[in-house]
Write a protein that binds this ligand. Structure first.
Ligand code: MTE
Length: 326
C-alpha cells in the first residue's frame, strides 16, 4: 500500500494494483485500523453497521430496455464483486467498507438541485428523475485509476436528457457534481481524506456526450447504496473517480470547477482524467488493468485501451495535448 501525505495534510490512499489483490486488501484493512484509531471507535462502527444492515430493504427492481448501441461484449462482473469491492470514501477507504457501512445512508426522500447557468433551474426528486426519460440498460466498462476494472449493466439514460430540460445559458462551460455529505451516516468523513463533500466535474460537451449516463440502477435493480444510490454519474471513458456517487447538486458554471481528487493532488489526478495507457500515474503504470472477478494469481492483466475503448469520444479532444491535460 502506498500512502503519500500531501503538504496540505491530505492522505492519498489510492494505490495501484501492482500486488495481488489479496495482499493489497490486507494492507487496506491495516489502513482502516489507522482510520478508526481505537478499539472503542471500532466497536461503534460495528454497531452502526449492524443497525444499518437490519434497516436495509430488499433491492427494488428497475425495468429498462437494453440499448444495444452501448453494450460491451466483455463478460459482466459478478454482482457480488461489483457490490462488495467499492470505492466510496465517505464510508471508509477499505474496499469492503462501503458494502458494510453505506446502508446507513437514507436515499429517500432525495432531491437533486440543478442550478447555476441555466434558464430553468429545478429541484427534482428521485421519482421525477426515474420518469424524466426512458430507462435504458447499458453495459459499460469502468476503469479505476488504481488499475482495476469492471463491466457493469447500468440503468439510466444520457445526462443530456436532463441538460436539455434546464436549458443551459451560453455561459455554461462546465458542470460540477456535488455529492451528499451526511456526517451522521457517513463514517468515513470523520477523517479528512478528501475535502468533503466529494465533488466532480466535466466540460459541458463531455457532459452532453450521449455516453455520459445519469445512473439510477445496476443489474436491473435500483443502485445499492455502496454503488452510489440513489443517483450517480457514469462517464465510462474516464477513470472511475470521475463517476461521482450520490449526487445532490448539479451546477452549471463558467469556469472549470474544483473537484475532490484534483484539489487533493493536482499532480496525480487531472481534471480530465481520460483513461490513457500512455500517461502513467506518477506512482504507477496505467498500461494494463486487472478485471475484477477474473482474479487469480496467474491471471494476466489486460492491456488498458485508450479512452477505455470508447473511441467515439476522441473528437472531443482533437488538438489537445492529452499528456498536458491528463
Ligand atoms: N463518489 C463519491 N461520492 N465518493 C467516492 O469516494 N469514488 C470514486 C467513484 N465515485 C467515489 C465516488 C471512485 S475512485 C471509483 S473507482 C468509483 O466511484 C467506483 O464505483 P463503484 O464502487 O460503483 O465501482
Amino acid at each position: 500500500m502506498l500512502i503519500k501525505r500531501q503538504p496540505n495534510g491530505v492522505d492519498l490512499p489510492f494505490a495501484s494494483e501492482i500486488t495481488p489483490r489479496e495482499i493489497f486488501e490486507s494492507r487496506r484493512s491495516f489502513i482502516q485500523k489507522i482510520a478508526v484509531g481505537s478499539i472503542a471507535s471500532a466497536s461503534l462502527l460495528e454497531m452502526a453497521s449492524r443497525e444499518a444492515f437490519a434497516a436495509s430493504p430488499a433491492p427494488q427492481k428497475l425495468a429498462a430496455r437494453q440499448n444495444t448501441s452501448y453494450v460491451v461484449l466483455d463478460k459482466q462482473t459478478p454482482y457480488e464483486d461489483a457490490t462488495t469491492y467499492n470505492n466510496y470514501y465517505e464510508f471508509g477507504t477499505d474496499k469492503s467498507n462501503p458494502a458494510r457501512y453505506a446502508s446507513a445512508l437514507k436515499t429517500r426522500p432525495w432531491t437533486v438541485s440543478i442550478e447555476g447557468e441555466v434558464k430553468k433551474p429545478m429541484t427534482l426528486d428521485i421519482d421525477s428523475l426515474l420518469k424524466l426519460a426512458p430507462l435504458e440498460e447499458r453495459v459499460y466498462r469502468l476503469r479505476c485509476v488504481e488499475g482495476w476494472s469492471m463491466v457493469i449493466p447500468w440503468v439510466g439514460y444520457s445526462l443530456s436528457e436532463l441538460i436539455k430540460k434546464v436549458e443551459p445559458t451560453s455561459n455554461a462551460k462546465y458542470v460540477q457534481f456535488v455529492t451528499e455529505l451526511d456526517r451522521d451516516a457517513m463514517i468515513g468523513v470523520r477523517r479528512r481524506v478528501l475535502d468533503w463533500p466529494y465533488t466532480e466535474g466535466l466540460r459541458i460537451d463531455e457532459a452532453n456526450h450521449p455516453l455520459t449516463m445519469l445512473t439510477l440502477g445496476m443489474y436491473g435493480e435500483v443502485l445499492p447504496n455502496q454503488n452510489g444510490a440513489p443517483v450517480r454519474i457514469i462517464v465510462p471513458w474516464k477513470y472511475g473517480f470521475k463517476s461521482a456517487k450520490s449526487i445532490v447538486k448539479i451546477r452549471f458554471v463558467k469556469d472549470q470547477p474544483s473537484t475532490a481528487w484534483n484539489s487533493a493532488a493536482p499532480n496525480e489526478y487531472g481534471f480530465y482524467s481520460n483513461v490513457n495507457p500512455q500517461v502513467n500515474h506518477p506512482r504507477w503504470s496505467q498500461a494494463s488493468e486487472r478485471r475484477i472477478g477474473e482474479d487469480g494469481f496467474f491471471t494476466k492483466k489486460r492491456p488498458t485501451l485508450m479512452f477505455n475503448g470508447y473511441d467515439q469520444v476522441a473528437s472531443l479532444y482533437s488538438g489537445m495535448d492529452l499528456k498536458k491535460y491528463f
